[in-house]
Design a protein around this ligand. Structure first.
Ligand SMILES: Cc1cc2nc3c(=O)[nH]c(=O)nc-3n(C[C@H](O)[C@H](O)[C@H](O)COP(=O)(O)OP(=O)(O)OC[C@H]3O[C@@H](n4cnc5c(N)ncnc54)[C@H](O)[C@@H]3O)c2cc1C
Length: 164
């Protein structure tokens, strides 16, 4: 919606088949009413082209694989919300989506190393290991909150050391 106020035409590419699946209804309605925004479902960016600057974006249909190059002067990427925590599997408790559980969200069954006590705020299922920012289950997913949690964790590490 913001970009459509600055461009003659915007294409919103989504890999899935339904904008409403991960977006509030009021936003979907605004987008669908906006004649400057063309919603392209089942679409994935696979290639960028241009000599000195961006000229084309090649888009593949996620169902057929068919590719088409569309002219474009700018590309705004809005992806990147999956936690990369596979390597911690079995080490730290996570929620169903793989985000690390901290504090009171750590389930009773994962508290063995805490001797049944609740972990500190931002502390994971393993005493002395803290998680902050996007990777933490329930976090706000904003730069300011990630930075703020980071600074809080420093103090909490000292509290953990003092409690040993
Ligand atoms: C497209 C997009 C737009 C956004 N726009 C805004 C916005 O306008 N305003 C706003 O406040 N927030 C915005 N956010 C959210 C914001 O980017 C995040 O909340 C913030 O970056 C979280 O910081 P972080 O340090 O927790 O995680 P990240 O910034 O994701 O940093 C985690 C780092 O850890 C690295 N890493 C991962 N695994 C490993 C490993 N095994 N070993 C070593 N390093 C590893 C990653 O490469 C990454 O550099 C946006 C997010 C996205 C994806």
């Amino acid at each position: 919606m913001f970009l459509s106020g600055h461009a003659s035409q915007c294409r919103l590419l989504i890999r899935g088949g339904d904008l409403a699946k991960s977006m509030s209804r009021y936003l979907v309605d605004q987008i669908e009413r906006n004649v400057l925004v063309q919603v392209c479902l089942h679409s994935e960016v696979v290639e960028l082209g241009g000599e000195r600057e961006l000229e084309t974006v090649t888009v593949a249909d996620t169902r057929s694989g068919e590719r088409s190059a569309v002219p474009a002067r700018a590309l705004f990427v809005f992806i990147g919300a999956s936690p990369h925590t596979e390597w911690l599997e079995g080490q730290l408790a996570t929620d169903d989506a793989g985000f690390l559980l901290t504090g009171r969200d750590v389930q009773d069954g994962a508290l063995a190393e805490h001797n049944g006590d609740p972990p500190f705020f931002l502390e994971t299922s393993r005493p002395g290991i803290f998680a902050v920012g996007d990777v933490r289950s329930g976090s706000i997913k904003r730069v300011a909150s990630a930075v703020g949690e980071g600074s809080m964790a420093v103090r909490l590490v000292h509290d953990r050391l003092a409690a040993l």
